[in-house]
Structures are given as C-alpha cells and as structure tokens.
Design a protein around this ligand. Structure first.
Ligand SMILES: [Zn+2]
Length: 316
C-alpha cells in the first residue's frame, strides 16, 4: 500500500479498533456519551464515522467508487480491510486500496475538525481533498518524474487567467451501468469572474467519452460567443495529453477529440491544461447536478441559487 506513514498508522490503529471514537472512549473509560456528535442518529463507532454517518455516506457516494456501505451484514472495519487487501494482493484493485485509505483518513480528519473546532465541511469537498491528496502523493511517489512532467504540464495549481483570455473548466459526470452522463463548462474571465456556465445531459459509453463531449461542448459555446483566446482545463489527464499530442486512439472518443482539434482552428489561440479535481470543482458540481436534475443548457443569466451557494461554500 502506497500511502504516507500517518495514513498507514491510522489504518493500523483502525484495524485494532484503537481509534478514539466516542464509542471506544465510553467503553474503555466509562465516561461521556457515545452519540455521534454530527448526526445524533447512532453511537459513534469507527464504522459509523467511516461508513454509516450520513456525512460518510455522502462522501463515499460522491467518490469515484460511488460506494454505498450497507450497515446490515457489515463485517467491521478490520474484516472489510482484510477483504480489500486480499483483492489488492490478487492485483484486482490497482492502487484502489491506497486511494480508499486516503478517503478513510480524510473522513477521520473531517470528523475531528467537526468535533474539536466545529467546522462542518461539505462532503463533496472532503472527497475532493482526499482525491487531490492521493493524486499529489501518487504523482510524486509513484509516477516517474519524466511522465509526471508530461502529464502535469505547468498547470497543476489553480492558475489565474491571462488578460483577453477566457478559461473554460470542463468536466463530466458518468454512470457506467446506465450510460447516463452530463457535461459542464464554467467560463471565467481574467479576473476569475464566472461569465458563463453551460451544461447538458447526454449518453456516453465511457467516462473518457463523456469528458471529451464536455470539452467539445465548452469549445462550441466559446466559439459561438466569439471568445478569441481560450484556455481549456480538465482534470482528465489522459484526455488533455491526447489533445496536446493529437494522438487519438480510443475507439469511443477518438472522433470527438479530433473534432475538438478541428474546432480549435476557429480561435486565435487555444491551450489545453490539466488541473486538479479541486481546481475543477465547480465544473464537477455542475456536471453532477445536471446529470441528476437536468439543469438548463445555458444559465449564465439566472444561475441556480444552489450553484451560487456551492461556489461560496467551496471558495478556498
Ligand atoms: Zn453520525
């Protein structure tokens, strides 16, 4: 398992049920009550913090794993973890086990922030923080430096937009079993102000196809709006890398990616950049919301109130 020592230590303690949950404190010291301070629905065991508290459920649901832990029949953290380790040892899980340990760690961190400082974070923000922390660790510790340079380009940070340029953050939401997908593009001017948001539901055969459709939608709207210089940002490393090198091999997205390059000839300048999920969080939110609630195609003139409050909530 490739994770920082502090996370390894946390998992080790969790497997021994040595985490200072309210349940454990009450059981061992015979003091206090063990009610979950966040939801008040159950006693605060380790499993409640990591899986069954509504906050944890929302984080897992928002994650790439779309995981819904079931309370009935749940074997306890240690056995659950052993099962994951078994899958990982068979090579069926890639780096998933490391990724999952980052999520568990961030759930624990969010619980402590809530208990000790009263900070009640957004589940989608906790998921994005876990995702970006994992990606950062993965790139630095696992990918070779040369590949890292090619994939990251210069734009790992949330960079400002140059004058006379529009930055378009694109993202897609995709559900594998139903092929239902949605794309979103958030347009910002050089002051960072959102000047346009477009989103659309569509069908896709894969996540990479959905991501390509989202970028094409953003480019098409930028062209219609007459923006001459654009920077297109996506958190999909593969897509950005293919657009930069113009090598389209995936059967499901090659034509769409070629179309994006054709569209690029209609602008004075176009650049494609990879950004972290955190920097792409608003486009991610719009795409997810559009898939679920079918937002209108173009709503810059009347942004839904929940999008505005989401932007305020997530502004770091
Ligand atoms: Zn709870």
């Amino acid at each position: 398992m490739n994770v920082p020592p502090k996370i390894k230590h946390f998992i080790w303690r969790a497997c021994r049920n040595a985490i200072a949950s309210k349940c454990n404190i009450k059981h061992r010291l015979k003091i206090g009550n063990d009610e979950c301070p966040r939801c008040g629905e159950d006693s605060e065991s380790l499993e409640h913090i990591l899986f069954f508290c509504p906050f944890a459920q929302a984080v897992w649901k928002a994650s790439d794993f779309s995981y819904c832990p079931e309370r009935i029949g749940f074997p306890g953290f240690c056995q659950w973890w052993s099962k994951l380790c078994l899958l990982a040892s068979k090579g069926e899980f890639g780096d998933g086990i490391s990724f999952i340990s980052f999520i568990c760690w961030h759930l624990w961190k969010a619980r402590n922030a809530f208990v000790f400082t009263g900070v009640d974070s957004d589940p989608s923000l906790s998921w994005l923080l876990a995702h970006d922390a994992f990606m950062e660790f993965y790139k630095i510790n696992i990918l070779e430096p040369s590949r890292l340079y090619q994939e990251n380009g210069h734009n790992q940070q949330c960079t400002p937009t140059p004058p006379d340029c529009i930055k378009i953050n694109c993202d897609a939401s995709f559900i594998n079993f139903s092929s239902s997908a949605a794309g979103a593009a958030v347009f910002r001017d050089s002051h960072g102000k959102i000047v346009k948001v477009v989103s659309k539901s569509f069908r896709a055969f894969s996540a990479s196809m959905a991501e390509a459709l989202a970028v094409r939608m953003g480019d098409t709207f930028a062209f219609r709006c007459g923006f001459p210089n654009i920077i297109v940002e996506s958190d999909n490393i593969g897509l950005i890398s293919r657009l930069k090198t113009k090598s389209f091999s995936a059967w499901d997205s090659a034509l769409i990616e070629a179309d994006i390059i054709n569209l690029a000839t209609g602008f004075s300048s176009v650049s494609f950049s990879h950004v972290s999920r955190l920097c792409n969080r608003q486009a991610d939110w719009v795409a997810r919301s559009t898939r679920v609630e079918n937002y209108p195609v173009d709503w810059v003139s009347a942004m839904p109130r929940d999008f505005v409050s989401h932007c305020n909530c997530l502004s770091l």
